[in-house]
Design a protein around this ligand. Structure first.
Ligand code: KG4
Ligand code: ZN
Length: 335
């Protein structure tokens, strides 16, 4: 079967065609129109600009996705669209477009949770992957640990009490002059600094598997402000290395505890921050130490994309959970 996956929850408009055959997913096309250059001018995502950019791109990228896959609307078995969570104006563009396309062409429509979409990206790169597993989702809006017992379900067992890791990377990146989003640039810069140079508070909350990133963000900002007031030059590489090291260490610690407590033998890493090279290798080492199978999609499938939405949508389809004409979007995690 062919699934068209549509994603517009933040600053990427994406349409993808995924084929599902004999239990295996194959990407036929995955077109991503990124708005990063536009939002960079403002140092972060401007919601209204995001919605307007989605409206402009969505029709042509859908045509491109079908064309690259070599199919037409008539070949589609299902349209899957991200309905939540995300920026409401941005989500509404994708939902309304997918809904119109589905009902005008008599194609079944399914609603997809963006977080489940990120986790589902792992099925595209790891053909052997099967629940049960532990999923760690680290993105611009989320830092959460889930148990996954079924392909279409996630059960949250740990999460951030405030900001997400991606947000924390982007914030400090911006303050030290990196272009938005700062995550990828900090990742590179961290190799040039001393990870033990600056002492920062851990985002791992004691006696839980939850996180809090506001403390480390404030501590890093105080460090920068106090140096600036004294007229001192800060060592950006040392800050990038210490900041990254402290965040990665905390994520590894909570994930290791979650693995031990849940007894899961497989770990899936997902979300935009899963592209972070320090996090990928630290988690891989931790999994090796614990005899846990570690799987993470290639970087191209870590950020927001339609292919991951198509996979998650396929599980909804197989479970007969179809959307009707009343389908709506929702900014929060739960519809
Ligand atoms: O999943 P995503 O594309 O969007 C959300 O659903 O939030 O994640 C975007 C986040 C941004 O905060 C970006 O800075 C971060 O992923 N990111 C990284 C790296 N590449 C992207 N963070 C750290 N290191 C990276 N290499
Ligand atoms: Zn995302």
């Amino acid at each position: 079967m062919y699934i068209l996956g549509m994603e517009s929850s933040c600053d990427e408009t994406s349409a993808a065609v995924v084929e599902y055959k004999d239990g295996i997913f194959e990407i036929k096309s995955n077109i991503v129109a990124s708005q990063i250059e536009t939002h960079r001018l403002y140092g972060g995502v401007v919601p209204e600009i995001a919605s307007r950019a989605h409206i402009e791109a969505i029709s042509s990228i859908t045509t491109e996705a079908l064309g690259e896959a070599g199919i037409t609307l008539a070949d589609l078995d299902c349209i899957a669209v991200t309905t939540h969570p995300g920026l409401i104006g941005a989500l509404l563009v994708g939902v309304n477009f997918a809904k119109s396309l589905a009902f005008a062409n008599n194609i079944p429509l399914v609603s997809v949770n963006h977080i489940r979409g990120h986790v589902s990206a792992a099925y595209l790169s790891d053909k052997e992957l099967k629940p049960p597993f532990l999923a760690l989702v680290v993105s611009g809006g989320h830092t959460s640990i889930y148990t996954c017992e079924r392909q279409d379900e996630l059960c949250e067992i740990g999460t951030t009490r405030d900001d997400a890791a991606g947000e924390a990377f982007d914030k400090i990146g911006r303050v030290i002059g990196m272009p938005y989003p700062g995550g990828a640039a900090l990742d590179k810069l961290a190799y040039e600094g001393d990870k033990n140079a600056i002492k920062l508070p851990s985002p791992a909350l004691a006696h839980t598997i939850d996180f809090s990133f506001s403390g480390i963000k404030t501590a890093a900002l105080n460090y920068i402000n106090s140096a600036t007031q004294k007229g001192e030059e800060i060592n950006r590489a040392d800050l990038a290395a210490s900041y990254t090291h402290t965040i990665v260490k905390a994520i590894v610690k909570q994930t290791e505890t979650a693995l031990r407590e849940s007894g899961m033998k497989t770990l899936v890493l997902a979300g935009g921050v899963a592209a972070n090279s320090h996090l990928r290798s630290a988690l891989e080492q931790m999994c090796q130490r614990n005899g846990v199978r570690f799987t993470v999609p290639p970087r191209s499938l870590c950020g927001d994309n339609g292919a991951m939405i198509a996979v998650s949508g396929c599980f909804e389809y197989l479970n007969g959970r179809f959307a009707d004409t009343s389908l709506n979007a929702c900014a929060s995690d739960e519809m």
